[in-house]
Design a protein around this ligand. Structure first.
Ligand code: PD2
Ligand code: ZN
Length: 279
């Protein structure tokens, strides 16, 4: 039936897991080394069968997306751009970035998205389907990953900035908020208690982090709010707010919302990061 994994690979996997590397990180390393995901999954499953003490099925999440803040840098080299670190918070983990998206990129994304807008749907964890959500009065659309040059460039930049593989990200979502539109406070992870969640998780696992990038600032209102900690991030064009959540749990304090736009139009791009490859 299946081939046993080689002693060398087994030894390497055990040492990596023992050193605290997560299964997603191992999968990324193995992919970089040319392994197919199916082979990786098989190797990890075989390892689990032989080493029940190694938690392969539900590892402690030791690796998370996020910028390298070691040494309290003011700037981070994100490959093609020097991104500013404007503000950081530990719990919840929130980082506000400046110089993240250029004015041309903002305009290009808006122009490509505008013609494809529809009233925003959210994933409904009750069924695993998509529904119109009264809590979200914006309009939106999704780009495929790498769909056009701007999207591809931005995805590479985000991967470098947040140290998370491009393949672990969902397609970029664009939202437009007209005056009065808002996004009531919610969590971005999928509620583990809902019956539709296991179906959703088959594709890429849980969401573990969010990056909201501001493409057009409204005249007034439209902050991204974190009600648990009283934080409001101003929707300044070209900047973005990153937050991460190790567990799908309110204890992460990542409840957040989009405050009502009071004047003008607010446009954002959201990138959600999953724990595994999102195919
Ligand atoms: O547009 C926002 O500020 C916002 C707020 C909360 C976006 C999202 N959530 C999201 O896209 O999940
Ligand atoms: Zn959200």
């Amino acid at each position: 039936m299946s081939q046993p994994i080689s002693p060398e690979l087994r030894e390497w996997l055990v040492s990596q897991l023992a050193a605290g590397h997560s299964v997603p990180a191992l999968r990324a390393s193995m992919r970089a080394a040319g392994w197919q995901d199916a082979a990786t999954d098989l190797a990890l499953a075989q390892l689990e069968a032989g080493f029940p003490h190694v938690e392969v099925a539900r590892p402690r999440r030791t690796e998370m997306p996020g910028p390298d803040l070691e040494g309290a840098p003011l700037y981070i080299d994100a490959g093609d751009r020097r991104v500013q670190v404007l503000q950081t918070m530990r719990h919840p983990r929130v980082v506000v970035f400046g110089n993240l998206v250029s004015p041309d990129e903002c305009e290009g994304l808006i122009a490509a998205a505008r013609v494809r807008l529809a009233r925003s749907l959210t994933v409904e964890t009750r069924t695993g389907g998509e529904v119109l959500n009264v809590d979200r009065t914006s309009e939106g659309m999704f780009f495929e990953r790498g769909e056009n040059d701007i999207v591809a460039r931005l995805e590479q930049r985000i991967a470098a900035l947040l140290r998370w593989p491009v393949e672990f990200g969902e397609g970029l979502q664009i939202l437009r908020y007209a005056p009065g539109a808002q996004y009531r406070p919610h969590y971005d992870y999928f509620d583990p208690g809902e019956p539709g969640t296991p179906t959703i998780l088959k594709r890429g696992g849980q969401r573990v982090a969010t990056l909201v990038m501001y493409l057009q600032e409204p005249g007034q209102g439209g902050a991204t709010t974190f009600p648990d900690v009283g934080l409001e991030v101003a929707p300044v064009r070209g900047t973005g707010v990153f937050f991460s959540y190790e567990e799908p749990d309110p204890a992460t304090r990542t409840l957040h919302g989009g405050a009502p736009v009071l004047a003008g139009e607010k446009w954002v791009a959201t990138k959600w990061l999953r724990e595994r490859e999102f195919k």
